[in-house]
Design a protein around this ligand. Structure first.
Ligand SMILES: [Zn+2]
Length: 247
C-alpha cells in the first residue's frame, strides 16, 4: 500500500502530514500474541512500524502502559507532552489560540520526554473513544497499605518487576498511560472520581510504534478500593502485527 510506505522514515515529516498519511494496512500478519493474566505484567521490545494491540478480553479491565526507547531508556513516554501536542492542522495558525487536550484517541500521538513521536494510536474501540486516564500516579503497595491491605502489589510493583530485566529501575517509571481507565473530573472542586471502564468484552486499543520501544504494562490489580476494574481483575491479551511486505 503506497500510502503506508510514505510513513517511513517518519522523522522529518511534519506532524500534520503524518496524520493525513495515517493508514493501517488491510493485510497484516500476527507476529506475536500472549494472554496477560490478572495481576501480572508484560514487557517486550516492539519494533518501529509494528502494531501493538491490547485486547480487553472480558471488558472493564485497565492496563497501565509505559513506553521506553529501546536504545536509550532515559527517553520514555510523557503524558504531559502528549496532551500538549495534539493540535489539529486547522488550529496551527498565527492568531488562533494554542489549545491543549486531555483526551487522546485514534490518530493522536504519544510523545516522548525527548519531544519525539513514540507511537500513534490507530484503534480505540470502546465507546466513547479516548476513555483513558493520563493524569495521576498508578496504584502501589503504599496506597493499599493505607487502606489495610498489607500484602497487595500495585501496578508500580508489577511494572517494576517486568522491566527489571531491561535494566530499568522502579524510580525511572513514568506515570502510565492508563488504557481503558475511566476517571470523571470535577472542574470546580478539582476532585477525580474513578468509574468503571466503558470497555466491553473484545474492545481493543492499538498503537503503531514510531521508534523501537520497550512496551510494558501492568494488568491493573486494583479490585479493593474503587470500581477501576469493575471490582474484578480479568485477563488482557496482547497482539502484535506487522505489515506484509509489498501490501
Ligand atoms: Zn493499578
Amino acid at each position: 500500500m503506497a500510502e503506508e510506505k510514505d510513513l517511513y522514515p517518519f522523522g522529518s515529516a511534519p506532524l500534520n502530514k503524518r496524520r493525513e498519511l495515517l493508514v493501517v494496512p488491510l493485510e497484516r500478519k500476527l507476529v506475536y500474541e500472549e494472554v496477560v493474566f490478572p495481576k501480572t505484567g508484560f514487557a517486550r521490545i516492539v519494533k518501529r512500524g509494528q502494531y501493538f494491540r491490547i485486547v480487553d478480553v472480558m471488558g472493564k479491565q485497565v492496563a497501565d502502559l509505559v513506553l521506553f526507547n529501546a536504545h536509550n531508556t532515559k527517553e520514555k513516554h510523557n503524558n504531559g507532552i502528549s496532551m500538549s501536542r495534539q493540535m489539529r492542522p486547522e488550529e496551527v495558525k498565527p492568531g488562533v489560540p494554542y489549545s491543549r487536550k486531555s483526551i487522546l484517541t485514534t490518530r493522536d500521538i504519544i510523545f516522548s520526554t525527548g519531544e519525539r513521536p513514540m507511537a500513534t494510536i490507530v484503534a480505540d474501540t470502546p465507546v466513547p473513544g479516548g476513555t483513558h486516564t493520563l493524569v495521576g500516579h498508578m496504584c502501589n503497595r503504599a496506597i493499599y497499605e493505607m487502606y489495610g491491605f498489607s500484602d497487595h502489589d500495585g501496578c508500580w510493583e508489577i511494572l517494576s518487576g517486568v522491566l527489571a530485566p531491561f535494566g530499568i529501575s522502579p524510580e525511572e517509571l513514568p506515570d502510565a498511560f492508563n488504557v481503558f481507565m475511566n476517571v470523571e473530573y470535577e472542574a470546580v472542586s478539582g476532585e477525580r472520581h474513578i468509574k468503571e471502564p466503558v470497555s466491553r468484552p473484545g474492545d481493543y486499543f492499538e498503537i503503531r510504534l514510531e521508534m523501537d520501544c520497550i512496551v510494558a504494562f501492568s494488568n491493573c490489580p486494583e479490585d479493593a478500593l474503587t470500581p477501576c476494574n469493575g471490582w474484578r481483575c480479568t485477563p488482557l491479551k496482547v497482539e502484535i502485527y506487522e505489515a506484509i511486505e509489498g501490501k
